[in-house]
Ligand binder design. Sequence first.
Ligand SMILES: Nc1ncnc2c1ncn2[C@@H]1O[C@H](COP(=O)(O)OP(=O)(O)OP(=O)(O)O)[C@@H](O)[C@H]1O
Length: 320
Amino acid sequence: MLKLQLPFAAQSIAPLLLQQLNEVGFHGQLELSALNQLPTTIGNIKQIILIASGKGGVGKSTTAVNLAVSLAQEGAKTGLLDADIYGPSIPTMLGLYGAKATSPDDKHLLPQHKFGIFMQSIGFLVDPEAASVWRGPMASQALLQLINETQWPELDYLVVDMPPGTGDIQLTLAQKLPVAGAIVVTTPQDVALADAKKGISMFNQVNIPLLGLVENMSYYQCSSCGQIDDIFGTNGGVELAQRYQVPVLGQLPLLKAIREHSDNGRPIALDESDQSAISQPENKQCADIYRKIARQVIFALYWRGKKISEQQPQIIMTDD
Ligand SMILES: Nc1ncnc2c1ncn2[C@@H]1O[C@H](COP(=O)(O)OP(=O)(O)OP(=O)(O)O)[C@@H](O)[C@H]1O
C-alpha cells in the first residue's frame, strides 16, 4: 500500500496516478489523502468561492450545488451558503425544503449536513417573500451575519450562491468577504452575456480573481435520442471568456435530468459515483463536467493560496 498525501483534495486523479505507477512496476494499492495547509481567513473557513451571475435564472444555484458536491467528492471539506435572498432554492436542490435554522445557544447557527457538504441558507431563517424586499444594506448585513454566525466546521472551501445581479448587495458582499475567487455563470445568449460582462467588471473592480466562466444551457441535449442542438447560439461564453482572458471552466447542456435531479433534491453531480446511473450516460457526462470544474477550481485556488502565503514575511528561528 502506497500512501500519498497531497496539499489539496484530488481523489479523482488516483486512477491516473495508479496507472502511471503500474507502468513503472508498482502493483500495490494507492491511498490518496489531502493536507490543505492554507490558513483560515474567516472563522474556520480557508477559501471562499463566490458563484455569481449578471441575471437571474441562468443556473447559478444549480452550478453552486453541483460544484459543492463535486468538491466534496474530491475529498475537500466543503460548505455551501445559499445567499440568494430573492429565491433561496438550494434547500430544495438538496432535499432540505422546509428545514429551519437551529441554534445550540441562541447566538450561533448550526449548518445542515447533506451529501458530504455543510449548508446554510437564508431561506432557513426568513420567509423568502419578506427577504426579497430588503434594501441593499439590510440584505448584505444579514448575509454577512449568516456567514459569521454559522458554526462551520473546518472548511477548505465555502461556496457562496450569490443573489443574481451586480447591485449593492453583491458589491458589498464581494468587498467585505475575504474572497479567494469568483465564478460567473452565464448562458450563451446575447442578453445573458451582456449581464455576465457586468459580473466580470464587478469582480475586476474589487480585485477578486475570476476563476472562470461556467456556460450553462450551452446546448440542448435530447433525453430520448441524445441529439445535440445549439438553441441558444454557439460558444457565446467561450468568446466572452477569450475577450476577458478567463478560462471557461465547463459547458453544461440544457438537459431535463439536471432539472429533475435538482427538483428531486439529489444533485446530478452525485451520478459520478452512482452505479445505477450508468444506464444514463448523459447524466454521468454532466457529473463528469462538474467534477472537471471542481478540479480546475481546486488547482487554481491552491496556486493562488500558495502565492499569497509565500508573500507573507517568513519567521526564521535561530539560536542566538
Ligand atoms: N443545464 C440545465 N438543464 C436543465 N435545467 C436547468 C439547467 N440549469 C438549471 N436548470 C433549471 O433551471 C431553473 C433555474 O436554475 P437555477 O435556480 O440554478 O438558476 P439561478 O440562476 O440560480 O436562478 P435565480 O436567479 O432564481 O437564483 C431550475 O429549475 C433548474 O433546475
